[in-house]
Ligand binder design. Structure first.
Ligand code: PMP
Length: 386
């Protein structure tokens, strides 16, 4: 036991511990489907921007909310892609979607409003981020209908009170891919509005919506909502650590002040990269990324669903499939897939009780690896049935 007084409430996430376990074991045949690192190439303009930028532009402090070319590029993207016409004062860039979550919650939580309402299932980081920001977490269960996680409005109304700082949602939802409709966002917005709680919507996976499903940006239908975005997944730029928030100017200003005392600024080379690629119309690039992932999601879900004892619906969106795999009571099927088959995946229950019996698999590996993953699940379920 360490003598240091460190926070015991911040353990490693399931994804991080699985990655560490696999690295320590030194397996050479892993299929890395636990995390969600995009494998397609970033826009070429993002990379060429660095070599043509001035030394000044990539080494010096920048304005707090982001450089003018970056904010202008984001403004244009929000209008073209998200149907959101906003003033520059409604945008702030910050170091990644995870920081966007922490900053937004941090400015909303106060002595009178300490609670953050989450749904089950949700990204396993949400309760921890909320706690790190000083919140108490309340969880509202959802009802799974096909590939959709329906939020029970009565249950939500019961949870959202004068103590609620924020309701934090995610569309498309990590891990299940469930996509919120405009009507759902409006209804949830009304529940929040009635209690003067803020609706915060994480739109990290906005690009990845399939079939008839459309991504609806929360702020395009709920004017008081706070929409969070990132360059990580849509542009395959996880390592540049750049995200942005769209909110009313007063909230943006509060987030700017919070940033001043935490990270101060986003990294200037990242801003140069993003600003340069946003000069182009990014819609064809995003359409390609969506098409590639839609085909992968369709193949993986159909091939998994065809296995005995496995059911897997085509997700509405997102970068994961979320099959349910029949298993003996009490054992974690995901951990057995990791240890016995070296198929790195995340236990569904990391997302909450509704995820029990499911595993989360990233869809973005190449097609041969995805076929190999299905084969390993097949061997696993067949060996178990013997
Ligand atoms: N939101 C969700 C739902 C995520 O899954 C992730 C990363 N996997 C993030 C936010 C944060 O990612 P980043 O900080 O790279 O934008």
């Amino acid at each position: 036991m360490s003598k240091l007084n460190l926070r015991p409430d911040l353990p490693l996430s399931a994804v991080a511990s699985i990655a560490e376990e696999a690295a320590a074991a030194g397996w050479t045949d892993v299929l890395p489907m636990a995390g969600g690192e995009p494998r397609f190439a970033p826009p070429p303009a993002a990379l060429s921007a660095l070599s043509s930028a001035s030394v000044e532009a990539v080494t010096k402090y920048t304005p707090f909310r982001g450089t003018v070319p970056l904010l202008a590029g984001i403004q244009r993207k929000l209008s073209e892609v998200n149907d959101l016409s906003v003033d520059l004062s409604e945008i702030i860039a910050l170091p990644g979607g995870a920081q966007a979550l922490f900053s937004a919650l941090s400015v909303l939580i106060g002595p009178d409003r300490r609670e953050v309402v989450l749904i089950d299932p949700c990204w396993e980081h949400y309760p921890r981020i909320a706690q790190a920001a000083g919140a108490e977490v309340r969880i509202v269960p959802t009802v799974r209908e096909g590939a959709h996680d329906r939020i029970d409005l009565d249950a939500l109304r019961g949870a959202v009170t004068s103590r609620t700082a924020a309701v934090l949602l995610n569309t498309p939802l990590n891990p299940t891919g469930s996509v919120l409709t405009a009507a759902e966002l409006r209804e949830i917005g009304d529940v929040c509005g009635a209690a003067r709680a803020r609706l915060v919507v994480d739109e990290e996976y906005e690009t990845f919506v399939y079939g008839p499903h459309q991504h609806v940006s929360a702020r395009s239908v709920v004017p008081e909502a706070i929409s969070l975005f990132s360059f990580s997944k849509s542009f395959a730029l996880t390592g540049i650590r750049l995200g942005y928030i769209c909110a009313d100017p007063e909230t943006v200003d509060a987030i700017k002040r919070f940033g001043l005392y935490t990270y101060m600024y986003s990294a200037s080379p990242s801003m140069v990269m993003a600003a340069e690629m946003l000069r182009d119309d990014v819609r064809p690039y995003l359409k390609n990324a969506r098409g590639e992932y839609e085909a992968k999601a369709a193949d993986l879900s159909a091939n998994l669903d065809a296995l005995p004892g496995v059911s897997c619906v085509m997700p509405e969106g997102g970068v994961y499939v979320f099959p349910r795999i029949a298993q003996e009571e009490g054992s974690s099927v995901a951990m057995r897939l990791v240890r016995e088959r070296h198929l790195l995946c995340v236990p569904g229950e990391a997302a909450g009780a509704t995820g029990r019996g499911h595993v989360r698999l990233f869809i973005g590996l190449d097609d041969a690896q995805n076929r190999e993953a299905v084969l390993r699940v097949r061997e696993f379920v067949e060996a178990d049935a013997e």
